[in-house]
Design a protein around this ligand. Structure first.
Ligand code: AMP
Length: 370
């Protein structure tokens, strides 16, 4: 048994205890809905008015993430704090951790919110990534490009997601132009991976060290944003087992309590390279809401409350499609499809590229047909 870094082993939280969630987006919303089913009200802490999560939560505090008095007041009423995005200031997690158990702990956040720290950590525990270099100037970038070759991908070390702060450097682009386009003081240059496909694994880990993983899925991106998830990924069993084993190893080395999504590239040689970690529910796990015995959100709640983990077994195959921007206007057609499950996030304006909802289309399990 492994004790959690976020505090000594504590008894399971009784239904009725309050879960605090930092962040008011759709991941917080779907977590609050799953928590409500198990009898746990949620309090949301966000800097946004009328957020998707606040629409379904028992209470919302709207304040800056660095407002120590507001954070202390939020912590006073809740039994555990978690977060639905990792880019919260370190001071926020540290302040909260003085008052209440934070799961996953501040160390997981610190690693996952900085690409450089994340890559150093991963390589340090034998989980390989694409080759990379830290760059803090055009000169560094010029040297790093010489080392890694072209094409390469320049990313901001911090605050990057969905391809934001990312520059693809092809054969012609001048280092100075790439540096300017990235627009940050610290970056990571990554060798370009000519991958066969992208997959992800979501693993849950409880305070007593027990764990459970969902089947690996394939993710297709459009303009760097997740568009479609195919469950399960069409990969050989031994590769699926390796992907799950790698995700489990990372969760254990992070001493994570909660959920960890591990995005991976499958190389043309059949190997795995880790692209990114997210210590929270993940867009590529939305299909589990309709196709698994336990959804990623319920599993997340079980893990952070110290409850037994649920079965991650898949009872159907599934294809999850994000509804970005105006795609949400097709809600009526989608509802008319017999095997489609629609989820809308309560966002008012369908701005281009904004995640408005998703639809999961269920299919019979291929491996049980015939
Ligand atoms: P990220 O924000 O790091 O998850 O990147 C978003 C997407 O950009 C990934 O899902 C890939 O499709 C692509 N990408 C990122 N890094 C690389 C890389 N080193 N080589 C090839 N494609 C990449």
């Amino acid at each position: 048994m492994t004790a959690s870094s976020s505090g000594p082993l504590s008894p399971p939280m009784e239904p009725g205890a309050i879960i605090g969630i930092l962040g008011g987006g759709q991941l917080g919303r779907m977590t609050a809905l799953a928590a409500a089913r198990l009898g746990y009200p949620c309090h949301i802490y966000t800097d946004e008015q009328d957020s998707p999560a606040s629409q379904v939560a028992a209470k919302t505090i709207v304040a800056a993430y660095t407002d120590e008095a507001a954070l202390a007041a939020f912590a006073k009423d809740v039994a555990v704090v978690t977060f639905e995005f990792e880019n919260i200031p370190e001071i926020t997690a540290a302040t909260l951790a003085r008052h209440v158990v934070v799961r996953p702990g501040p160390r997981c956040l610190a690693i996952a919110q900085d690409r450089l720290r994340e890559k150093d950590f991963l390589n340090g525990i034998g989980a390989p990534t694409a080759p990379y270099r830290r760059v803090t100037s055009v000169q560094d970038l010029t040297h790093a490009l010489r080392d890694l070759g072209r094409p390469a991908v320049l990313k901001t070390a911090r605050l990057g997601y969905d391809g934001k702060g990312q520059v693809m450097i092809d054969g012609n682009m001048k280092p100075a132009a790439a540096w300017k386009a990235m627009g940050a003081a610290e970056g990571v240059l990554e060798g370009f991976v000519d991958f066969e496909r992208e997959i992800s694994v979501i693993v849950a880990r409880a305070p007593d060290g027990t764990w459970a993983a969902f089947d690996p899925v394939e993710n297709r991106h459009v303009h760097h944003v997740l568009d479609t998830t195919i469950a399960p990924a069409a990969i050989p069993r031994d590769l699926a087992d390796k992907a799950i084993g790698t995700a489990r190893h990372i969760a254990e080395q992070l001493d994570l309590v909660g959920l960890l999504a591990v995005e991976m590239f499958v190389t043309r040689e059949g190997g795995i390279l880790i692209n990114e970690l997210a210590p929270r529910p993940h867009n590529s796990g939305h299909w589990t809401m309709d196709a698994c015995v336990t959804s990623q959100f319920e599993q997340f709640v079980r893990a952070i409350c110290g409850l037994p983990l649920g079965s991650p077994a898949r009872h159907a195959d599934a294809v999850m499609k994000n509804l970005l921007g105006d795609e949400v206007l097709r809600w009526r057609e989608i509802l008319a499809e017999p095997a489609a499950k629609l989820h809308l996030y309560g966002k008012k304006e369908p701005r281009p590229g904004r995640k408005m909802g998703h639809v999961t289309r269920l299919l019979p399990r291929k491996d049980q047909q015939g």
